[in-house]
Design a protein around this ligand. Structure first.
Ligand code: SF4
Length: 159
């Protein structure tokens, strides 16, 4: 898909709040697990993280909630992007961190999540109720030519 800039040469009008926050360098990256059920040929995970049950806030290894909050404070984070591995394999952990970040930094702390799964309506409701602001779907390459008939289409609509 190509994207065109507006008259001022800016892409801002086309970007989501999560992207704008990221562009400012104001998003903390919260890596909730290196475990993933897929094996994408382009997987960018390092050996230190791939398939490991580890948590990182930016480059800080996380052993407690305090580590996450300290990292967010150290960069004056206005938001958090939750990633992995496959974050939704750790659904309760994701809910926990969304609640922790929202209750500590307030509703305006913008949170988005990446997933290669197609979450059910119930799971999407739970994520939204916890405070998730945006979700990014990364369907696996083998179904790109059948997306309209896939579970991703339903999930996208529900989201
Ligand atoms: S879904 Fe993401 S983490 Fe999992 S194998 Fe693919 S690129 Fe790597």
């Amino acid at each position: 898909m190509s994207m065109q800039s507006d008259e001022s040469g800016s892409y801002s009008n086309f970007l989501t709040d999560g992207c704008l926050c990221c562009r400012e360098g104001a998003k903390m990256v919260l890596f909730v697990t290196g475990v993933c059920h897929r094996d994408c040929f382009f997987c960018p995970l390092s050996d230190e993280r791939k398939d490991k049950d580890v948590i990182f806030a930016n480059e800080r290894a996380v052993f407690s909630d305090a580590d996450v909050l300290e990292e967010a404070r150290s960069m004056d984070a206005k938001g958090t992007g939750i990633t992995g591995g496959e974050p939704l394999l750790e659904f309760e952990k994701v809910i926990h961190y969304i609640r922790l970040l929202k209750s500590t930094f307030g509703k305006s702390h913008h949170i988005h999540l990446y997933t290669s799964t197609a979450p059910s309506s119930d799971d999407l409701k739970e994520l939204s109720a916890a405070g998730l602001d945006e979700i990014r779907f990364h369907p696996p390459i083998e179904i790109w030519d059948k997306l309209p008939d896939s579970a991703y289409a339903k999930s996208l609509k529900a989201a």
